[in-house]
Design a protein around this ligand. Structure first.
Ligand code: SF4
Ligand code: SF4
Length: 156
């Protein structure tokens, strides 16, 4: 199962305190810090997003948002997609929605491959999954989906 980011921007709306611009070193170049990991990084605004980046009304209206977030038509996009920190690149909000065989929603799995569900039966299946799943997340994701389907769950 491949996660497709819809570029809604929701996950970046409150990251203004975590992705910090230390100084500007060129027209579109910035020295930054990813505060949660204490990692410095250099970011240059993607060439195809420079026009939207130059409009500062969005960050002015949304002071909690990451400084690199900008609306682009119906989307809200990261303008430093190429240079964004690793945790941004690997972040995925919801990778699977799990329902019973009648389609009743039971829970969902986040990008960190954590189950969010109250259903006791699903949670005990998940305990088995935790023990048996392949370790790399890229391999684990399709493996988990297949395992859940085998157990009779609907997985989207
Ligand atoms: S990761 Fe999820 S919340 Fe963030 S922009 Fe993509 S779809 Fe939206
Ligand atoms: S760097 Fe990009 S992906 Fe990361 S929080 Fe900012 S806008 Fe979102």
């Amino acid at each position: 199962m491949v996660f497709t980011c819809r570029q809604c921007g929701k996950c970046c709306m409150y990251l203004g305190d975590y992705i910090v611009i230390e100084r500007q070193t060129g027209p579109f170049r910035f020295e930054c810090e990813s505060v949660s990991t204490g990692t410095p990084f250099t970011a240059e605004v993607d060439e195809d997003k420079r026009e939207i980046f130059q409009d500062h009304s969005f960050p002015e209206q949304h002071p909690g948002a990451c400084r690199f977030l900008r609306p682009d038509g119906d989307l809200v996009r990261c303008t430093i997609h190429r240079d964004s920190p690793t945790q941004c690149k690997f972040y995925r909000c919801v990778v699977m929605r799990v329902a019973d065989h009648d389609g009743k929603p039971l829970g969902y799995v986040t990008g960190t491959l954590a189950l969010h569900a109250d259903d006791p039966a699903l949670r005990s299946v998940w305990e088995v999954i935790e023990r048996k799943r392949p370790k790399p997340d890229e391999e684990a994701e399709p493996w988990i989906a297949a395992f859940l389907r085998e157990k009779g769950y609907l997985v989207e």
